[in-house]
Design a protein around this ligand. Structure first.
Ligand code: SAM
Length: 232
């Protein structure tokens, strides 16, 4: 039976029902590890993440959102970070745990939606998201931002990798609900993405990801934006 909308969370849940259920989609997505998915083929971290660390980013406590098979979590653990890595899909976490074992690093993995993650407020120096944000429904963006603001320490950093308009369609927020679909993710224009982070954040670095030619130690695709953002 339809639930009455009595509070903000009820409203978000109602809007969720207009779109596909993410858990089932992502579990299926990881069943075949040999698929032609760019980040399935590369074990190494994102080229921009490595650049941030090489240029002096040295976080102690890190949270990775939507860690998938764990490329970036493994890299950050190797840099000496204490890493919490979460993903909604058990099949992704299983793969990531295997990689962490192979690479002999210790990572705290959590299999749940970021919206159900129970964290200590203002406890992370750095939060990283490669590829989750652009799959979020527009109404979930608000909670996403609240989580980042609450989880990061003041002056902490947030790193994002997100589809640009070569990666996916620039579907408007209203269209998502009219069509009942995110159409494989939202391709953000520079302006649209920067607007999301225009309050309480300062954009330190923003560019297209540099494409790497595989085989390479690093992951890079130019249909993605990369941003390093400071929590004010
Ligand atoms: C495009 S994949 C990127 C995986 C990984 N970051 C990488 O680059 O190798 C997006 C990931 O976000 C996860 N995801 C989607 N919605 C989520 C949610 N609400 N909470 C946690 N993880 C989520 C998916 O299961 C998937 O592993």
């Amino acid at each position: 039976m339809d639930k009455p909308i009595l509070n903000y969370e009820d409203l978000l849940e109602m809007l969720d029902h207009f779109l596909r259920e993410p858990k089932e989609f992502w579990e299926n997505f990881y069943i075949d590890r040999n698929k032609e998915i760019p980040f399935f083929k590369v074990k190494g971290p994102d080229e921009n993440l490595v650049e941030y660390f090489e240029k002096g980013l040295a976080p102690k406590r890190v949270l990775e959102l939507g860690c998938g098979p764990g490329r970036n979590a493994v890299y950050m653990a190797k840099q000496g970070c204490k890493v919490d890595a979460l993903d909604i899909a058990e099949n992704a976490i299983k793969w990531a745990k295997e990689r962490a074992k192979e690479e002999v690093v210790d990572i705290n993995f959590h299999c749940l939606s970021l919206f159900d993650f129970d964290f200590k407020p203002h406890s992370y120096d750095f939060i990283y998201d490669c590829g989750l944000f652009h799959h979020l429904a527009p109404h979930r963006r608000l909670t996403y931002l609240e989580i980042i603001k609450k989880a990061l320490k003041k002056d902490g950093y947030f790193g994002i990798v997100c589809f640009n308009t070569d990666g996916a369609l620039d579907t408007s927020d209203w269209e998502v609900y009219k069509e009942g679909s995110l159409k494989g993710g939202i391709g953000y224009t520079e302006r649209r993405l920067k607007e999301v982070f225009s309050n309480d954040f300062k954009i330190i670095n923003f560019r297209k990801m540099k494409k790497t030619t595989q085989p390479d130690d690093l992951f890079g695709e130019d249909f993605l934006w990369v941003g390093l953002i400071e929590r004010l």
